[in-house]
Structure formats: C-alpha cells, structure tokens
Ligand binder design. Structure first.
Ligand code: SF4
Length: 704
C-alpha cells in the first residue's frame, strides 16, 4: 500500500446481513473493496453485490445541489421553503397534515433525528418507512409474542444448529453471506439438515435436504399442523412452557388437530413430505427457523410469524445456542430504524407509543413541547391519505415510493396531487424525483458517517472515505436545519453523528433501569474519537456490567406485562383466490446481483450480466397453454397496472404462479415496474403489503 492509499473499515449498504467492508481509496481516485476479516458478521466474506461496491461510486446521475421546482437553488432558500411549507400546513390543518416517508437505507442517526422531529416537535406520528415493506410483520409478531420487537438469536446459531428451516427466505440470493456461512456449516457438520419452505424452487434449494413447495400463503396451515403434531407427540417442553409462557392450550386449540391429509390439501404438499418435516423438527433439539420476506410480505404475515414462534416456544428452543426463530431483515438498517422508533406505531428506544409512561419518558428526555400519542399512517395508508388530499406536505428520504410501493401508479398520482413534496436523494435515477417541489442532495455510501444495525442486532459503523461532492449534505443535517428554521434550534444543534449516537444511547437506557431490554447505555458518553473507532457490537450493552450472552429468552424474561412469552392463537385462513380474469398468482422479489432500484448495482456490467433485462418466470405447462415460447414478450396485468417483460420458462415456479423481479424502474426499461401491478392490500396487524401475492393475467404481448 502506498502512502496515499488509505483503507477504511465500513459496512456494506445493501442487505440486512451487514457485512464489514474494507474500502481502499487509491491515488487515482478509484476505490477497491474487500471483506473485513475481523467483522463478526462476515469474517472477510462478501457477495457479488458487496464485492462490486467500488465500481458503483461514480457521480453520474448524482444530485449535487438543492433544487426548487427543477431549478438549482441555494441551501438557505431550499431549507427555508421546506420549513415554511411544513409550518403553514401544521398551522392551517394540524400536525397530522404533514408526513415523513423514510427508509431502511438511512443511518440510525438520520432515523433518530427524523423521528424526534416528527413525534416530539411536530407532534404527529406520521413517519413511516420503506422498512414497512420489509419486516413490519416480524415486528408485529415479535411484539405479540415477546412484548417487544426483539430478535432472540444470532447468526452463529445457524452454524450451531442441526436443523435449519428457511421459510420464505431465498437466503442464497437475498442474504448471500449468511447462505455462505450456512453452506460451510453444512459441509463441516454432516448432521446438519436444511429444509426450505417456499412456493418457488429458489437457488437456496441447492443445499436443501427437503423442499416444501407449498401453495402461496399457506404457511400458517403448515406451522399450525406442526404445533398440533408437537402437542400430540408429547414433544412439548413442559418445564419451559410452565415457567416462561402463557396460552399454549388456546394456540393448540386454534391450530386444530394434526390431520396430515387436511394439511396436505391446504398446502398442496405431499403427506410424506409433511410427516417427514414434522418428524425432523420434533426430534432435532438444535433447530433454527429463519424467515424473511415470503413470510413478512403477506396479508397474513403477522399470523405466519406467530405460527412459527409458537412452535419454538412450545419446544423451549429459543435464545439458546443453535435454537430459535430468526427473522432476517431485507435492508441494511431496517433494525436501526426499529431501535429509534422510525415506524408510525413505535416510539424511540423500543418504547411504545400507546404507553403513557413511555411517552412521558421520551418527552421528558427530549424536553419537547409535545409527543405524538397515537399511531400515525403506515406506508400504504399514508400514500392513500396523500391521494385523498389529507397530507399537505410530504418529505421523502432515500427511497422511491413510485418504484417500490404497491399500486405504484396510484402513488405517482398521489404525489402529483400533493401540494408540497420534498425529496432528499442521492440520485436522479429514481422515478420519484420528478415529483419533488424541493430536491435536497443527500450523502451516499462512502460519504456518510454513522451506524447501522443488522439482523442479529449488531451495530456497526458506516464510515466516510470520500469527500462530500458538490453541496451534498447528510440527511441528519437536512432535518436539523429544517427543525432549526421551525423554531426548534436547541434540540437539534448536533455537530455530527457522534453527538446523535450519544443521545440515542442515553435514551435507550431509560426504559426499566437495569433491564436487559434494548439498551446501549454503555455508549452514552462515547467520545468522538471512540465513536470513530467503534467496533461492531450487539445489543444489549447497558451501562455497567455487560451481559456475557446477547441471546434472549432462554430463561424467560419476556417484555410482556406478565413477563411470560405469549402463544398467539392463530387460525388458518384460506388464501385469497385468483379469479377467472386474473388466474395467476404474482410473486415478486430480488435477483442475486441487483439491489432495489439498481441505481448503484446497475452501474457495473458484471452485475447487470446476471440478468440484463426484466423477466417473468412462467411454468412451461402454462406457457404451452398460452402459446408463449421462450423469450417471448409477455404482459403481466392486474386491475392496477401492467408490465411487458421477457418470458423465462422454468419449473422453478409451479403452474398457476408467475415470478417477476422488483428492480426495474421506468427509467431503466419501459413498462417494467412490477410494483405498478401489485395490489395495495396489507396485513391488518402490521400494515405490511402482501407483495408476494396478487391475482394477475399473463398473455403473449401484442406487438404494435
Ligand atoms: Fe452486502 Fe448483504 Fe452481500 Fe453482505 S451479503 S456483502 S451485506 S449485500
């Protein structure tokens, strides 16, 4: 390494695995990356996306200066205009007439400031996030079962297990380094079995001992049947259940008897496969059940989560090495947003919006004039309110709802009609940008500085190794400057990310002094230099004695009123049916080498080479019936919208199902935005959209 070269330890900005990255800046301005061998999440590994990070840092398409109505503006004018429009709306229509829509891409410090401004100073809980599309059902399920949104286990548990059940999780493509760790564990431990539960034959099935290719949205039938099987076979851990839980009888009653024939009928699985899975689960003490978007992105997502958690509570397999239910998040900082209350139904420090004592703690700590006392609008309902004219000023940060929310054309219409829209963005390549009255240039990966939390509750530093280009500023600065102009200068006079992190750490310890709940109070007095050098760590890290094991709930200690884990009675509901005009069920998701709207991963040819254009996976049996040949253009259409994409004929999808990736935007390809096709239906508990199931029609495209 030459003298001018400098290597910085930072964290990958893509998925929720949260891999440590060594970024080296060379004298010619190029940046190369490598996996950080000391980071406990990846131990030096990177996936295709992470290893290409250095190729995605060009300033093409970057937003470098503030803009008002499409014209370059100075920061003062832009920030004054934002503050004035928000103040006017609040004065004329009340605090619930404004909203923030943020993102699992922003850092915890940005999230903290956004949440503080909206809930504590504006006095509304209208702040929601694209993490609503990612893991809200797991949050709701955790809160019902554990009394708090707490992930009990760690990545190491997948390596210590003898059975790993992956439900609705294409780990190989969506959490590739975690998949690499599991693959290596399987090679080292011949006893380790992997079961994949997924309607689609994904790349993850390559290491599966059993693939349960069930019908969409029938997971509750499978896991209710498992709970009944465990009860009937006397595999229940009576000691754990009696000491630490409540409600097993009601949950077993709701599950009904273990009739394998009926479960086979509901799920479409064979009796043999169901019986084999139940026996494997029953006899394997060290079992981890990993679940992801196939569980969360459903109108019954929260019930799916609880049906899984019930089986782990019943066996006492939770929070112990190699055991536990484990939700893995999609985004790099979905978990950090949860910690600081960046969702419309949460308060900071994992405290509850509906709890008057918690509201008092937070208001007192913030010394704020007010604190929101009821849930705000969740993502889909927020944009419905925009469309109906109830939101007069909206601020969107680091996400493109026109590309990512269901009924995306309806979202575009809503933005068109909204009186005032602010967009804080890195790039012009997002389809939401043209709808902004004010554009604020935000710092990108490599320029910003702060922390993120991954799926195993590990907080890691994202560090800057590039200068801020043009007049770009970090998101927390945008927010603090607007807060200052709204008259809240004292509470938002941060000098940098370290000061925000200290405040967040201090607040985290206020709930139940001395409890092991979410608490990073050990860092409340961290100096700027120590923050700079911060090593990755998992919460809890309370002030004083640190816990020796950061797993949760092996010995009870739940955060419910009774202190006991709650079995949630879950009744299987038959999934929505396709209909004559829309006979296929649409499934959506990621592909291996792209991230979200491809504004970064789309910049490097070695990633776009994997799939060069949008496509629809269709079973050859269906294709033959419809007269569709390989590589034909096909239309996938719902009552909300249509896309025209290339047919990819494969038995990875079952007959009657079609899979389309989520990445392509209008700017990348004409008529390929699959979110415009998705129905805006949501889970009643979590508000998460059911992005894995929309009834659609598929036909050969008519050429003009
Ligand atoms: Fe980044 Fe996820 Fe790949 Fe790790 S697994 S390098 S966090 S995209």
């Amino acid at each position: 390494m030459t003298e001018q070269e400098k290597t910085i330890r930072t964290t990958c900005p893509y998925c929720g695995v949260g891999c440590g990255v060594l970024a080296t800046r060379h004298p010619d301005g190029t940046v190369t990356v490598a996996g950080d061998p000391k980071h406990p999440s990846n131990f030096g590994r990177l996936c295709s996306k992470g290893s290409a990070l250095g190729e995605t840092l060009s300033l093409d398409d970057r937003l470098l200066y503030p803009e008002i109505d499409g014209e370059r503006a100075n920061w003062n004018d832009a920030l004054d205009l934002v503050a004035r429009n928000f103040q006017d709306a609040i004065r004329e229509h009340g605090p619930d007439s404004v909203a923030f829509y943020v993102s699992g891409q922003i850092l915890t410090e940005d999230y903290y400031v956004a949440n503080k401004l909206m809930k504590g100073f504006i006095g509304s809980a209208n702040i929601d996030t694209n993490s609503r599309l990612c893991m809200a059902s797991s949050v709701a399920g955790h809160r019902r079962a554990f009394g708090s949104d707490t992930v009990p286990g760690t990545y190491e548990d997948l390596e210590l297990a003898d059975l790993v059940v992956l439900v609705g999780s294409n780990l190989a493509w969506c959490h590739p380094v975690l998949f690499q760790r599991l693959e290596a564990a399987k090679a080292a431990n011949p006893a380790l079995r992997v079961v994949v539960v997924d309607p689609r034959k994904t790349a993850t099935c390559a290491i599966a001992d059993l693939h349960l290719q069930l019908k969409p949205d029938t997971d509750v039938a499978l896991f209710n049947g498992l709970l009944a099987f465990l009860a009937e076979a006397s595999v229940v851990n009576d000691s754990y259940v009696n000491h630490f839980t409540q409600g097993l009888e009601k949950a077993v009653e709701a599950a009904g008897p273990c009739e394998i024939g009926q479960i086979a009928e509901k799920t479409g699985l064979s009796r043999q496969d169901i019986a084999l899975f139940y026996k494997m689960f029953a006899r394997t003490e060290k079992t981890v059940t990993v679940y992801s978007q196939g569980v969360n992105q459903s109108v019954v997502g929260t019930d799916k989560v609880n049906s899984i958690v019930n089986t782990h509570l019943a066996t006492g397999r939770i929070g112990k090495p190699g055991m536990g239910p484990f939700s893995v998040t999609g985004q790099p900082n979905a978990m950090g947003g949860r910690e600081v209350g960046g969702l419309a139904n949460m308060l900071a420090g994992h405290m509850a919006l509906e709890n008057a004592e918690h509201r008092g703690i937070v208001q007192d700590f913030w010394q704020s004039p007010v604190v929101a006392d009821r849930s705000g609008l969740k993502a889909v309902e927020l944009f419905k309110a925009v469309r109906e004219g109830r939101i007069k000023a909206l601020w969107i940060m680091a996400t493109s709802p026109v590309d990512s929310l269901p009924d995306a054309d309806g979202v575009a219409e809503a933005l068109e009609a909204c009186p005032f829209v602010v967009v804080s963005e890195v790039t012009r390549a997002a389809d939401t940008v043209p709808y902004a009255n004010v554009l604020l240039p935000a710092a990108a990966w490599g320029e910003k500085d702060g922390t993120v939390t991954n799926s195993e509750r590990r907080i890691s530093r994202q560090r800057a190794f590039l200068e801020l280009p043009g007049e770009v500023r970090p998101d927390w600065w945008h927010l603090s400057e607007v807060a200052r102009r709204m008259g809240f200068a004292g509470a938002f006079s941060y000098e940098g990310a370290a000061a925000i992190f200290r405040e967040h750490a201090e607040l985290s310890g206020y709930r139940n002094e001395g409890s092991r709940d979410f608490d990073i109070g050990a860092y409340r007095d961290v100096t700027d230099a120590a923050f700079d050098a911060l090593e990755p760590f998992q919460w809890p890290q309370p002030a004083g004695a640190l816990p020796t094991d950061t797993r949760f709930f092996a010995g009870g200690g739940f955060y419910t009123e009774s202190g006991k884990g709650q079995f949630v009675p879950v009744v299987f509901k038959a999934p929505r049916q396709t209909e004559r005009r829309y006979p296929f069920s649409l499934n959506t998701g990621r592909i291996r080498d792209q991230w979200h709207t491809m504004t970064r991963t789309g910049k490097t040819p070695r990633l776009t080479a994997h799939f060069a254009e949008p496509f629809a996976e269709l079973n050859p049996i269906d294709a033959e019936k419809l007269g569709i040949d390989p590589a034909d253009l096909v239309t996938v259409k719902s009552p909300y919208g249509a896309v025209v994409v290339r047919a990819l004929l494969t038995d990875r999808v079952a007959p009657g199902e079609v899979f389309v990736p989520m990445h392509w935007t209008d700017q990348l390809a004409s008529k390929a935005r699959i979110d415009a096709v998705m129905a805006p239906e949501t889970d009643p508990h979590s508000g998460q959209p059911g992005s894995k199931f929309t009834p659609v029609a598929v036909a050969k495209a008519k050429m003009a």
